[in-house]
Write a protein that binds this ligand. Structure first.
Ligand code: HEM
Ligand code: HEM
Length: 195
């Protein structure tokens, strides 16, 4: 397996980025819904589940930054033969997935009113304590954190988290299975064993 992508296959680095992101997305949902469904407010478990959600989300931000740099300096494998509509949908799908990998960590971070205890190792200050918040939100928009947090949370949770993100990922994973079992082409193997 090569490190870089080729015309036929994703290389090992792109595969690591891809599957690591998939695991972290799953972890971001498990942590936040574990908190909602299985913990009582103001208990240590509730706090730890929240902190794990924040840490996982910030990890996704780091991974997607490195992933985008790697994609820019690397070729993308060719799509399998298909109609221009299918290819167009694949491109729109992939760019939308990149968009959620950026929008979710950003809205999560700027809309959270507590510091992130990054895997309990060190603290990352909340957005409200940063100079960027003072310059853009307090001085620029003239808003308090409470006023700013509301629409940002609405995007993070009610629009993206509850609907858009998982529907996009489900559509993407279903497309991969459609290629594997209906079209029987190499789409999934490009991202797995390369055969
Ligand atoms: C790709 C990354 C992320 C995904 C997929 C994600 C997804 C979600 C989802 C599904 C929810 C629950 C929505 C609901 O109320 O039903 C949520 C809530 C939340 N997220 Fe994220 N999130 C991500 C990153 C982040 C980051 C980086 C932070 C902050 C540093 C953050 C902070 C929060 C907070 C504070 C809540 C509310 C927690 C609660 O209601 O228990 N998220 N997120
Ligand atoms: C079970 C889950 C998943 C499966 C089976 C899967 C499968 C695949 C496959 C087969 C490809 C190659 C498509 C092609 O070259 O035409 C791909 C690419 C891609 N996947 Fe996934 N994926 C999954 C989860 C995810 C998740 C959770 C994300 C992000 C939130 C994601 C984002 C992407 C992106 C952005 C690409 C395009 C990569 C590029 O060209 O830079 N995938 N996926």
């Amino acid at each position: 397996m090569t490190i870089k992508n080729t015309a036929e296959n994703y290389g090992s680095i792109a595969k690591w980025f891809h599957w690591l992101t998939a695991v972290f997305f799953l972890a971001s949902y498990c942590t936040v819904y574990y908190r909602h469904w299985f913990t009582e407010e103001k208990t240590p478990e509730n706090w730890i589940a929240l902190q794990l959600h924040l840490s996982v989300g910030i990890s996704i931000a780091v991974i997607v930054t490195l992933r985008i740099i790697w994609r820019v300096i690397n070729r993308v494998p060719d799509l399998e033969p298909g109609t221009s509509l299918e290819h167009g949908m694949a491109h729109v799908g992939h760019y939308s997935l990149y968009a959620i990998m950026i929008i979710m960590p950003v809205t999560g971070y700027i809309g959270t009113g507590v510091d992130t205890e990054f895997y309990m190792l060190f603290d990352i200050p909340k957005f409200e304590s940063t100079q960027l918040f003072t310059t853009i939100v307090s001085d620029g928009l003239g808003m308090t954190f409470k006023e700013f947090e509301k629409p940002v949370d609405f995007i993070h949770k009610d629009i993206m988290g509850v609907w858009v993100v998982w529907l996009l990922i489900a559509g993407h994973a279903s497309a991969a299975l459609y290629h594997q079992f209906v079209k029987k082409d190499r789409t999934l193997s490009k991202m797995t064993n390369g055969k």
